[in-house]
Ligand binder design. Structure first.
Ligand code: NAD
Ligand code: GLY
Length: 364
C-alpha cells in the first residue's frame, strides 16, 4: 500500500493506494475516526459490485451503518437527491461524530461530499473512489458540489475528506468509456505538470490499455502527489489551483453544448487539452513537434481529441461562463512546452476562435 499526505495543517489527511483495500476500509476508518456510525453513500451499480465488501468491512468493526443510494448519473447530482440522502441520515439519527463514506465515482463523491459538508454544519467524510477519474482527481482536494439547472457544480463547498482509500482493483470493472474518461485527466496532469509522467504514458500505453494495476497504481500515485501539492498551496483556488483546469475552459463549454449527455467530463477534457495545445502553439508557447506528441499519445491511448463541429463563436460564448473569467476576461491555462503551464488572460478572441477551427480540422 502507498500512503500520501495532503498537507493542510489540522485538516491534513492521507490518501491510501493499493489493491484490495476495500476489505480494509472498516478497520482504516475505525482506527482514524473512532466512530461507531457511518452513512454509506453509493449508487446501485457500484453498490452491487462493491457494497457487500465495504458493508462487511465496516460491520466487522461493530459500526452502525446506514446505506443510502442515489440513482446512477450526472443528472442526479442535484439538491433533491442530496436531500433524500440527508433524510436518511436524519431518520437514522446520524450524529455529528459519525462519518459519511462515499463509495463510487465523481458523481457519488461530489454529492456525498456535499451532504457531509452541510449535514449538522459538517461531518467527517471518507472518499472511496471507484473510477479512474475519481481516483486521480475528484476524491482529493475537497471540492464538493451538486448541479443547478443553470450550471454544473453551482452549489457546493470546500470540505476536505479525512481519508481517501483508493482500491485500484475497482478499475477492472469500469466500462471502457469510463476508463478512457479517467485517462483524459491523467493526460491533463502530464501535459500540465510533468514531462516524465508524459514520457511514462508514452512508453506504457499497452500496459495502461490492458489495465496493468502496478502501472496504474504508479500513475494514480503521481497524479495524487501533484494534486496534493497544489491543493496544499492553494486550497481555495486563489491562483495556482486553476492550473488543474488546463483544457477545462474549452471542455466545460463542450459539456454544456452537449447537454451534459454527449460527452463525459474526461472526454471533454481531452478535446479541451488539445484545443489549449493548438492555441498555445499558435501563440508560440508550444512547438509543432510537441503538439504531434500530444496527438500521438492520445491516439495510442484511444482518446478522441478532435474538436466537435460546433460554431466556434458558440463555443467561445459558453467559455465565458467559466469560473476563471474575471472582469469579463477569459483566463486560460495553456501548456508552455510539455509538463509546464502558463495562465494567460491576454489571449485575443480571434486567436481562440482560430484554435477551435484548427482543432475541428485536425486529422482524427
Ligand atoms: P461517474 O461518477 O458518473 O462514474 C461513471 C460511471 O461509472 C457511472 O455509471 C458509475 O456508476 C460507474 N462506476 C463507478 N465505479 C465503477 C466501477 N468500479 N466499476 C464499474 N462501474 C463503475 O463519473 P466520474 O467520471 O467518476 O465523475 C464525474 C464527476 O466528477 C462529474 O460530476 C464531475 O463534475 C466531477 N468532478 C469533480 C471534481 C472535484 O474536484 N470534485 C473533479 C473532476 C470531476
Ligand atoms: N478538479 C479541479 C480541482 O479540484 O481544482
Amino acid at each position: 500500500m502507498t500512503e500520501l499526505s495532503v498537507d493542510l495543517g489540522k485538516r491534513s489527511y492521507n490518501i491510501l493506494i493499493g489493491s484490495g483495500l476495500l476489505h480494509e476500509a472498516g478497520r482504516l476508518i475505525q482506527e482514524l475516526t473512532g466512530t461507531q456510525q457511518a452513512l454509506l453513500v453509493s449508487n446501485p451499480l457500484v453498490f452491487s459490485l462493491y457494497g457487500e465488501q465495504v458493508v462487511n468491512s465496516l460491520s466487522r468493526q461493530g459500526m452502525r451503518l446506514v446505506v443510502a443510494q442515489m440513482p446512477d448519473g450526472e443528472q442526479y447530482k442535484n439538491v433533491q437527491e442530496a436531500m433524500k440522502i440527508i433524510d436518511r441520515a436524519v431518520q437514522a439519527g446520524l450524529e455529528r461524530s459519525g462519518v459519511v463514506v462515499a463509495l463510487g465515482g465523481g458523481v457519488v463523491g461530489d454529492l456525498a461530499g456535499f451532504v457531509a459538508a452541510i449535514y449538522r454544519r459538517g461531518i467527517r467524510l471518507v472518499q472511496i473512489p471507484t473510477t479512474l477519474l475519481a481516483q486521480v482527481d475528484s476524491s482529493v482536494g475537497g471540492k464538493v458540489a451538486v448541479n443547478h439547472s443553470e450550471g454544473k457544480n453551482l452549489i457546493g463547498a470546500f470540505h476536505q475528506p479525512v481519508l481517501v482509500i483508493v482500491d485500484s482493483h475497482t478499475l477492472l470493472s469500469l466500462s471502457g468509456r469510463d476508463y478512457l474518461s479517467g485517462l483524459g485527466e491523467v493526460v491533463k496532469y502530464a501535459l500540465t505538470f510533468d514531462a516524465d509522467l508524459f514520457s511514462c504514458l508514452e512508453k506504457s500505453s499497452e500496459q495502461i490499455l490492458s489495465r496493468d494495476l502496478t502501472v496504474l497504481e504508479a500513475i494514480i500515485k503521481r497524479c495524487c502527489e501533484l494534486k496534493s501539492m497544489i491543493v496544499s498551496e492553494d486550497e481555495r483556488e486563489a491562483g495556482l489551483r486553476m492550473s488543474l483546469n488546463l483544457g477545462h475552459t474549452f471542455g466545460h463549454a463542450l459539456e454544456k453544448l452537449g447537454g451534459y449527455q454527449t460527452y463525459t467530463h474526461g472526454e471533454a477534457v481531452v478535446m479541451g487539452c488539445m484545443a489549449a495545445a493548438v492555441l498555445a502553439m499558435q501563440l508560440g508557447m508550444l512547438e509543432e513537434q510537441e503538439l504531434k506528441r500530444i496527438a500521438t499519445l492520445c491516439q495510442s491511448l484511444g482518446l478522441e481529441y478532435k474538436f466537435p463541429h460546433y460554431p466556434p463563436e458558440m463555443v467561445y460564448l459558453h467559455m465565458q461562463n467559466d469560473k476563471k473569467v474575471q472582469g469579463g476576461k477569459l483566463r486560460l491555462v495553456l501548456p508552455e512546452g510539455i509538463g509546464y503551464f502558463a495562465i494567460r488572460d491576454d489571449v485575443p478572441r480571434q486567436a481562440v476562435l482560430e484554435a477551435i477551427a484548427a482543432c475541428q480540422a485536425l486529422a482524427p
